[in-house]
Write a protein that binds this ligand. Structure first.
Ligand SMILES: Nc1ncnc2c1ncn2[C@@H]1O[C@H](COP(=O)(O)OP(=O)(O)OP(=O)(O)O)[C@@H](O)[C@H]1O
Length: 601
């Protein structure tokens, strides 16, 4: 199924504005474009000389010709060589411009993507975003280059050929004026029909592909429910639908070719009959008749090409609109124009009367408030554990510190600086995040740790890995630090990935640390290694932990109990227990429940 894009739509640009914007991308390469256009004009002009030369050759054979054969041969040879060279130059320069524009657009779109806020990514499917930067940009490539020049070339040839046809024989031209457009109309009719059916074939194929994708990535679900026969049946239905659509297309294609050749032959015969009559009356030389037929062919070819172009240009216009829409997407969270760099901080984090709701655009519903008048001050070097039921807003609270989202009310302050007043880069370099699930990028273990600080040398990486209790297991991998990880690399266990994340954070050396403790329990040895690494990491930093384990909570300087987006209690473990409130109840539950999880989330 194809979902519609859910971009926050800026008013769509009119087509002409999109064209001129697209042409803007050609501007840096106008030198190459000029070369291509000149080559194209020369090629088209030579193409128009060719029938004349062939006509002369025919006249020579039939004895109606005065030009010596040597001259004609040189002319024909020259035209052929000239056309080849012009074609070569045109192709190369056009490909160059096309590929450059694609590369520039892709880069611009990717750079823009990196500026967009997290909410943008959460509201869209990954495939849709990547498709804009890959498929849509590629579609544009042919428009900006080949299609534009084909149009230009076709026009030159069309006008030139019609003019020469009239010069050669006005009577035949009048006939052609009726016959050739009929031919083109037939081609256009079939072309449209074919395109419609082709779209259906593509849609059916996409249905089958999405079943394939879903069941490959969700193979565990399929197996665990024993749904293999069901999935095969689902796939079979989709494949058969594709087959049926493809056969309808085959039928139209099969009909297309003979009908077209019939129409072409009828046209040629018509012209030959009238032309033959004109030759017999001496009004036309045989060579001119041949030349005329060639020009008629060129006219038909150019008209057919225009018809084909129309569809392609429409398709490309859609792609252009989609790419520009992405480029025009404004980040909801961006540096203020007068943002200052955040100086190195001590690490005091303050939430001052914060109210927050996620802005969801697609349903038009008012987003529920997640945090209500939330205030909390965390002193430099302090370790605060956030606890509370699932969905209480713990992850939301920590995501406001690096300004992943902007608050609707109140403010988040770091060392007294409002996070909206400072440059995001300077803010985020001072914050380290160790998530529940660590994403490793494709590359080696070393590259993945270096992600914490790109200029770190090998010794620093190793030291960080040692502190994170990761050095030992890394050394046991087949290629040590150079072992590839990620999609096609080794698969690391949950505990190992966490220790890589900790090593990254150690290398980054941030003043403020955000930890989202993993909920899935590790085996006790792995747990001990992770805990030890975390403790080393937290020393001397402000740490905010979304805590799930009692051991972590006990160690915290203060525990903040969050329920439904509000701070219900705060204090040390002991204080909160003696208070006998929500925390005490949660703690009691903890003892009745053997799982070492306080906040289920
Ligand atoms: N990216 C998001 N977009 C929209 N709503 C969200 C988003 N993330 C969380 N929410 C909603 O905000 C509320 C708070 O979620 P949050 O993840 O902060 O809770 P939590 O206490 O961290 O829960 P858990 O322990 O289960 O992770 C929930 O109702 C959730 O549905």
């Amino acid at each position: 199924m194809r979902l519609r894009w859910q971009f926050i739509r800026s008013p769509a640009l009119p087509e002409s504005a999109q064209w001129s914007r697209l042409l803007g991308y050609l501007r840096p390469y106008r030198g190459w474009m000029i070369v291509a256009v000149v080559a194209m004009v020369i090629g088209a002009a030579l193409g128009l000389v060719m029938p004349l030369a062939i006509g002369q050759m025919v006249n020579l054979i039939t004895g109606d010709q005065t030009l010596p054969i040597g001259r004609i041969a040189v002319l024909l040879g020259g035209v052929a060589v000239g056309q080849t060279v012009a074609g070569l130059i045109q192709n190369y320069s056009l490909t160059f411009v096309g590929e450059r524009v694609v590369a520039d657009l892709r880069l611009a779109a990717y750079q823009h993507l990196q500026r967009l806020d997290l909410a943008f990514f959460e509201q869209r499917r990954t495939g849709e975003i990547t498709s804009r930067i890959t498929n849509d940009v590629t579609l544009i490539q042919s428009t900006v280059t080949t299609n534009l020049t084909t149009l230009l070339q076709g026009m030159i040839q069309l006008i030139g050929a019609i003019a020469l046809m009239i010069v050669v024989s006005w009577q035949l031209s009048a006939l052609a004026l009726v016959l050739v457009p009929t031919l083109v109309l037939i081609a256009v009719f079939f072309g449209r029909w074919l395109r419609r059916i082709s779209t259906t074939v593509q849609d059916r194929l996409a249905d089958a592909t999405s079943i394939l994708e879903e069941t490959v990535s969700g193979v565990r679900v399929v197996r665990s429910f024993g749904r293999e026969p069901y999935e095969v049946e689902r796939f079979r239905t989709a494949v058969e639908a594709t087959f049926a659509a493809a056969m309808r297309r085959a039928w139209v294609r099969a009909l297309f070719q003979p009908s077209m050749s019939l129409a072409v032959w009828a046209t040629i015969i018509g012209m030959l009959v009238v032309g033959g009559y004109l030759v017999s009356t001496g009004e036309l030389t045989p060579g001119n008749l041949v030349a005329f037929l060639f020009y008629a062919g060129i006219v038909a070819g150019s008209m057919g090409a225009f018809a084909g172009l129309f569809g392609q240009v429409q398709e490309a216009l859609g792609a252009v609109a989609r790419v520009f829409e992405l480029l025009d997407q404004q980040p909801a969270v961006a540096d203020a124009p007068d943002a200052i760099p955040l100086p190195p901080v001590q690490g005091r984090v303050e939430f001052r009367n914060v109210s927050f709701a996620y802005q969801r655009v697609e349903n038009g519903h008012t987003a529920p408030i997640v945090l209500r008048n939330f205030s909390l001050v965390i002193e430099p070097g302090e370790m605060v554990a956030l606890v509370g039921p699932s969905g209480a807003g713990k992850s939301t609270i920590v995501s406001l510190i690096p300004r992943f989202y902007d608050v609707q009310d109140g403010s988040v302050l770091i060392d007294g600086y409002d996070v909206r007043r400072v440059q995001m880069q300077s803010l985020r370099t001072q914050i380290g995040i160790v998530p529940q699930e660590t994403l490793l990028f494709s590359g080696s273990i070393r590259d993945n740790i270096r992600y914490g600080r790109l200029d770190a040398d090998d010794a620093e990486i190793e030291a960080a890995a040692r502190m994170a209790n990761a050095h030992e297991f890394i050394c046991q991998l087949p290629e040590g630090y150079d072992t590839p990880v990620g999609e096609r690399g080794v698969r690391l266990s949950g505990g190992q990935r966490q220790r890589i994340a900790i090593a990254r954070a150690i290398l980054k050396n941030p003043r403020i640390l955000i930890l989202d403790e993993a909920t899935s329990s590790l085996d006790s040895e792995s747990e001990r290694l992770v805990q030890e690494a975390l403790e080393r990491l937290m020393v001397g930093r402000t740490s905010i932990i979304i805590a799930h384990r009692l051991s972590t909570i006990r160690r915290a300087d203060r525990i903040a109990v969050i329920v439904a987006g509000e701070l219900m209690e705060i204090g040390t473990h002991r204080e909160l227990l003696t208070r006998g409130g929500i925390y005490a109840r949660l703690y009691e539950l903890q003892f009745r429940d053997p799982a070492p999880v306080l906040a289920v989330g």
